[in-house]
Write a protein that binds this ligand. Sequence first.
Ligand SMILES: *[C@@H]1O[C@H](CO)[C@@H](O)[C@H](O)[C@H]1NC(C)=O
Length: 216
Amino acid sequence: MERRAAQRRAPRPLLLMLFAVLACAPPLARALPSKVSRGVAVPFVFDPHAVCSPPCQHGGLCIRNATCFCARGYEGELCQHATCYPKCKNGGKCLRPGKCRCQPGYGGRYCHKVSCEGGCQNGGECISANGMVKCICASGWTDSRCQEAICPQGCRNGGACVAPGICSCAAGWVGGACHLALCRLPCHHGGKCIAPDVCRCRSPYSGLQCTKRIKE
Ligand SMILES: *[C@@H]1O[C@H](CO)[C@@H](O)[C@H](O)[C@H]1NC(C)=O
């Protein structure tokens, strides 16, 4: 108990601050109606031996037994709650004075703005409707953040849709839908390139390039 009291007397700069607060109080009191002024002019009785256990938090001063005088930006019995003005909106929590932590879907300094976490890409717009927040995508784009392009023609044979209507094809394939195979050596005698470097030959030809004639 003795050790605790010693610790409590330690923060002398804080005591000076407190006296400064007291010194400033009377002019403030004079500006207020007389009924109120009595309470304001002597805002608290300060006991230098006061004990607050659990201790006052966030720089709060123990001014009487079990009574904390909170630093600016904090409130609560132990000064445990930060205060945010304006208050955090949409279910946001006040983390530190003036700093809100927002619920998912909200952003901005006071959680007053609708936010699509990660943003909406490719010209998508973040909107709030019936309590749901979502991206409305520009034409040609889809998925939760509008990050997926739409290729109505499809991208075949391992191709990827990289922009609206544009496929990036795997090696050996070309065409708008990656539907055409590439044969680096041509297929002869009416043979058809059906896969990368694969010819399908017409009878009676065979071979890689359909150059061999099968004898009957
Ligand atoms: C404050 O608490 C301490 C320890 O509990 C006690 O000794 C002291 O008398 C109290 N002071 C007042 C003003 O009640």
